[in-house]
Design a protein around this ligand. Structure first.
Ligand code: CDP
Length: 131
């Protein structure tokens, strides 16, 4: 059986990357992540990403491109990441998060990212710097 995909967004706007602090579960609370969630049956990863960013942040976003790689979360669950652009709205921590922060390329290391998000965060930060 293939792994269930968790899709997360490296949301970039005006040269900064959006970081979200998890409020639950207790073992992850306080750690920072790229917002996202599980792809539902019948959904494409990009569709799931748009839905998750709408639910969690209250914004409309557009997936831009996949960051190459797939990072195992636990047996049967794998993380994939897309860069994303804001289409409308201002992100707010509506669900799963208690704080959001926009980080410039030199601020990326100022928050405690989930280990599994770090490679994609590093890649996204490099792209911010290049633009
Ligand atoms: O909301 P939903 O149940 O769809 O997903 P979630 O609970 O936000 O994420 C599912 C799993 O993916 C959790 O174990 C998260 O810790 C993990 N995850 C992650 O490792 N990195 C992310 N950027 C997003 C989720």
């Amino acid at each position: 059986m293939s792994d269930r995909v968790v899709v997360a967004g490296a949301v970039c706007d005006r040269g900064r990357l959006l970081a979200a602090r998890r409020s639950a579960p207790p073992e992850l609370a306080g750690r920072w992540e790229l917002p996202g969630g599980k792809v539902e049956p019948g959904e494409l990863p990009e569709e799931a990403l748009v839905r998750e960013l709408r639910e969690e942040l209250g914004v409309e976003a557009r997936p831009v491109e996949r960051i190459p790689g797939a990072w195992p979360l636990k047996p049967g669950l794998v993380l994939q990441v897309w860069t994303a652009a804001l289409v409308s709205g201002t992100p707010r921590p509506l669900e799963d998060h208690d704080e959001l922060r926009w980080l410039g390329p030199d601020e990326i290391h100022t928050v405690d990212w989930l280990d599994q998000d770090r490679p994609a965060v590093a890649e996204a930060a490099g792209r911010l710097r290049a633009h």
